[in-house]
Design a protein around this ligand. Structure first.
Ligand code: BES
Ligand code: MN
Ligand code: MN
Length: 462
């Protein structure tokens, strides 16, 4: 029986080329112009699962984009691993900031990826990371190394809130029953220091609209005498943080869990250089809530950020105008115990209450979801750690991430199982940004590490 290391080195060119083909399909779920491409990607994933050894493969229809399901059951008495990933990607824009076309993958080296990285939208988030599992499955089935049952569930709406997946999970508890859920859709500290993500933040996302006069006005004839919705919106947004960068919405922090000093000291042991962080982002000083470190601010603390703001004239030259309306998209990242719907309600009430009578405001909720924390004393975590220790030569560090995968909390609620977040991306891989990439080292290391997770999980389950 071939071992995984030699299998990967023997097949790596094919593994890379197959991923490149998948990355060429622009599966942008947010933009209906790409709907046929999203569907084609689902078909491509289905074929890949079937070639990798799944005995059952299905395109499961939902009210939205389909879910690709695959399974290989070898013995009902053995444990079952459920792999989750997403085949949809974020929009590529702003396209002009890409050094090469987003759906025309190229391999280039970077400081962090001396062995090369594949540049394309979705390379890391999540096609590359999802496909590691498909190739790991190929290895295990073709080499007689699959030690348990495996199910795959790959969705096409993660980047737009996973509402069809929630619909699907609620209706298919039996089909999706498992002993552990395995996901690679997060990151790790560095290529020499693996980490396992033990927490994700929740999300509450709203859009606000501020309306002043019933039409756009000449800013000379009316300026100074009527409320300018853009001025008002800016003031309202500015008031959402105080001088310590604390969020001012009443009740916002009520459910927030304060970590003990011991837990914070433990977190601070993870390798981190503030200088390198600032250099990588070209900023002279970090910023954030008083009393917390950078790593705490972006993982265990909730936030409020404007993601986009618009209104009035933004074209070439100058136009003198007071716009009738101003808009913003605002996201709040939540920590476990803060409930997304409650936070959206608190935001709405507060935002309406701070609006002056001279304008009308409308708050429209977008998608949201709950945060997640997982303990490290379960066999899933231990098996993952053992796998990383073997392939990287050092144990993984548990780390809470600031990102969100809202479906993970729902998995726990509906399927009653824990999720292990074995991510292989780096923060510098530019997910959601121009020039997204995924290291070849990371891709192949992932394929090498995943079968070991299966092996140790099954051993530890006995
Ligand atoms: N894979 C990311 C989330 C992520 C990335 C978590 C890195 C931890 C580390 C996922 O695809 C994503 O982008 N999630 C969205 C939320 C979703 C509801 C649109 C996010 O975090 O903004
Ligand atoms: Mn993702
Ligand atoms: Mn994403």
């Amino acid at each position: 029986m071939e071992n995984i290391k030699s299998y990967v080195s023997q097949h790596k060119d094919r593994f890379i080329n197959e991923l490149i083909e998948l990355l060429k399909i622009p599966s942008v779920s947010a933009d209906s112009a790409f709907s046929q491409d999203v569907l084609n990607t689902a078909d491509a994933v289905k074929d890949a699962l079937s070639k990798a050894g799944c005995e059952v493969v299905e395109i499961c229809e939902t009210p939205g984009y389909p879910i690709v399901y695959g399974e290989k059951m070898i013995d009902p008495n053995l444990p079952t691993v459920l792999v989750y990933g997403h085949y949809d990607v974020q929009p590529a824009d702003p396209i002009e900031l890409w050094d090469s076309p987003p759906f025309d993958p190229v391999i280039k080296t970077t400081d962090k990826h001396p062995d090369g990285a594949i540049f394309a939208r979705g390379a890391c988030d999540d096609k590359g990371q999802m496909y590691m599992h498909v190739k790991a499955l190929e290895y295990m089935t073709s080499q007689g190394e699959l030690p348990c049952n495996v199910k795959f569930m790959v969705e096409g709406e993660e980047e737009i809130g996973s509402s069809s997946l929630a619909w699907f999970v609620e209706r298919n508890q039996e089909k999706l029953s498992n002993n552990v859920i395995l996901i690679s859709d997060t990151g790790m500290i560095s290529n020499t220091q693996p980490s396992i993500t033990t927490g994700l933040r929740g999300l509450s996302y709203v859009e606000v609209e501020v309306t002043g006069p019933n039409r756009d006005l000449h800013s000379g004839l009316y300026g100074g005498a009527v409320a300018n919705p853009i001025n008002i919106l800016s003031k309202m947004i500015a008031s959402l943080h105080d001088e310590n960068n604390h969020i001012t919405i009443p009740g916002f922090y009520d459910a927030v869990e304060e970590l003990s000093l011991e837990e914070r000291a433990e977190m601070a042991k993870a390798p981190f250089s503030l200088e390198a962080y600032k250099n990588a982002l070209d900023i002279d000083e970090e910023y954030g809530e008083k009393g917390y470190t950078t790593n705490e601010r972006n993982s265990i603390r909730p936030t409020l950020d404007v993601n986009g703001i618009w209104g009035g004239y933004t074209g070439e030259g100058a136009k003198t105008v007071i716009a009738s309306k101003a808009y913003a998209k605002i996201s709040m990242r939540l920590v476990p115990h803060q409930e997304s719907e409650k936070i959206t309600a608190l935001f709405t009430k507060h935002f309406e209450s701070i609006a002056p009578k001279s304008v009308k405001v409308k708050v429209t909720p977008h998608h949201g979801g709950e945060g997640y924390v997982t303990p490290i004393d379960n066999i899933g975590y231990k098996a993952a750690n053992k796998a990383y220790t073997e392939t990287f030569g050092v144990p993984a560090i548990p780390q809470r991430s600031g990102g969100s995968i809202p479906i993970v909390a729902l998995f726990e609620k509906e399927l009653k199982s824990k999720t292990i977040l074995m991510g292989f991306g780096l923060d510098s891989d530019a997910i959601h940004s121009p020039n997204e990439h995924f290291g070849i080292f990371n891709y192949l290391k992932g394929i090498e590490t995943i079968p070991l997770f299966y092996k140790y999980f099954v051993e530890m389950s006995k």
